[in-house]
Ligand binder design. Structure first.
Ligand code: UGA
Length: 435
């Protein structure tokens, strides 16, 4: 099929290469010309496992191209995917301006029947709004159908999820558009849930809010474990063995971040308010997360009354491993708190981006763990990068000003820390005081 994807951000890029790989002709339209040039030269603009090879493959097969020219791309295509950003506004509502701007633009070029598919996460009722906007812009009703097709991709595993996901959700109105979407997705062999657009739009928020709640729930249990001497991993293991619960998303830590959970939980609360459905549970999940992400600073302040002029090493800056994304990363909230309290910060992340160096030019960035620990009084592990499991604890004991670790992702062993007299705090797996 001839497909146009608008937006070469995270979702747009993964959608583009995945459909191209499946034998479709894909044009991805992106305003930012530097991104367009980079992608046409097979240089991915985001880090995502497997993306570099797939991009080369699709470009070589001429299955994909990138452009900033919208008109021709829309005219040539049968299906148009909208994959532009829908960030949160200050009041928690979803900012739909990029989606509307995009619809206004494409309205000018809809020259025959096209399926317009919303991939961006949008509030319930958006499909209807987009339909009305197209009509208002003079596009004949016979020339389009609007589909809601939310994505469930995890950063770092997005290509895997696109090809082997648990489900595809299609919110549709006309049989014609349902048939086209069915043809497009059938080769993926993933169960497809066909439903009305409102249900499809709500599934996305429900899914992200539920997963966020699961994380906040286990984090509260972890905090209690620390107080009563229970082990959170064993609690989570037993809990997860119950098939009604599942073992996934029960990993405690310093909270969830990223471009989705924080935004979508607040988004759902704001949608609920509009319809007089206060989401008390989701509100609690958000407030637990807000506290959880700065727990390492609370621990530091229990240990030292004052952290002014102390040097703290942050290991990991991205919101999770396997990505270079720092959006809403708990580490950013920890940095803010540490800076407010006058601490000085060393940082190491295997994927550290220029973006964070621009936001925080006064942090000392290192390109390996060991150098980042010298002259430092405490390590806070913020991200679950695999390499942190192999931190040399003897080096920590011998070379840090104080051997003190706050393990926000439970990467290390309490017993190993204890053996070396290292002060060590976990999230729900106890703590030990060194001397
Ligand atoms: C999330 C969802 O998992 C995807 O299904 C969804 O498509 C995506 O949002 C989106 O809406 O676009 P993502 O934000 O990439 O994907 O990351 P996750 O792997 O879900 O992790 C989110 C956060 O939760 C991370 O900060 C992670 O460290 C944290 N987390 C996750 C935990 O603290 N504990 C867990 O057990 C799992």
């Amino acid at each position: 099929m001839n497909i146009c994807v608008i937006g070469a951000g995270y979702v747009g890029l993964i959608t583009s290469v995945s459909f191209a790989k499946m034998g479709n002709n894909v044009i991805c339209v992106e305003k930012n010309i530097e991104k367009v040039d980079s992608l046409n030269n097979a240089i991915p603009t985001i880090y995502e496992e497997g993306l570099d090879d797939l991009l080369i493959d699709c470009l070589e097969n001429k299955a994909i191209s990138f452009t900033n020219e919208l008109g021709d791309s829309v005219k040539k295509s049968d299906i148009i995917f909208i994959a532009v950003g829908t960030p949160s506004l200050d009041n928690g509502e979803v900012d739909m301006s990029q989606v509307y701007e995009c619809i206004n633009e494409i309205s000018k070029y809809i020259n025959r029947y096209k399926v317009i598919v919303n991939k961006s996460t949008v509030p319930v009722g958006s499909q209807n709004y987009v339909k009305n906007l197209l009509t208002k812009n003079g596009v004949p009703r016979d020339n389009f159908d609007v589909i809601s097709n939310p994505e469930f991709l995890r950063e770092g595993k997005a290509l895997y999820d696109f090809f082997y996901g648990d489900k595809i959700v299609i919110g549709y109105e006309s049989q014609k558009s349902k048939n086209i979407m069915n043809l497009l997705y059938k080769p993926f062999n993933i169960p497809i849930i066909f439903t009305n657009p409102e249900t499809a739009e709500l599934i996305k928020y429900t899914s992200n809010a539920f997963l966020s709640t699961k994380i906040s729930f286990i984090n509260e249990i972890a905090n209690l474990c620390n107080k009563v001497g229970a082990d959170v991993d064993t609690v989570a293991l037993a809990l997860g063995l119950d098939k009604r619960i599942s073992p996934e998303f029960l990993k405690p830590g310093i909270g969830y971040g990223g471009s989705c959970f924080p935004k979508d939980t607040i988004g759902l609360i704001s949608i609920g308010e509009k319809y007089d459905c206060p989401f008390e549970i989701v509100k609690s999940a958000v407030s637990v997360n807000n506290k959880q992400r700065i727990i390492p600073v609370d621990i530091l302040l229990e240990e030292y009354d004052d952290i002014k002029d102390k040097t703290i090493t942050l290991l990991g800056l991205t919101f999770k491993s396997g990505t270079d994304d720092i959006r809403e990363s708990p580490s950013l909230y920890i940095i803010e708190e540490l800076l407010k309290k006058g601490a000085s910060i060393n940082a190491y992340d295997p994927m550290v981006s220029d973006e964070i160096k621009e936001i925080y030019p006064n942090i000392n960035y290192f390109d390996n763990i060991k150098d980042s620990l010298l002259e430092s009084e405490c390590i806070i592990i913020c991200t679950d990068w695999e390499e942190f499991k192999g931190i040399d604890l003897d080096f920590v004991k011998d070379n840090m000003k104080e051997a003190f670790i706050i393990d926000g992702r439970n990467m290390l062993s309490l017993d190993e820390a204890k053996k070396r007299n290292i002060t060590y705090y976990s999230i729900g797996k106890g703590h030990t005081k060194g001397c």
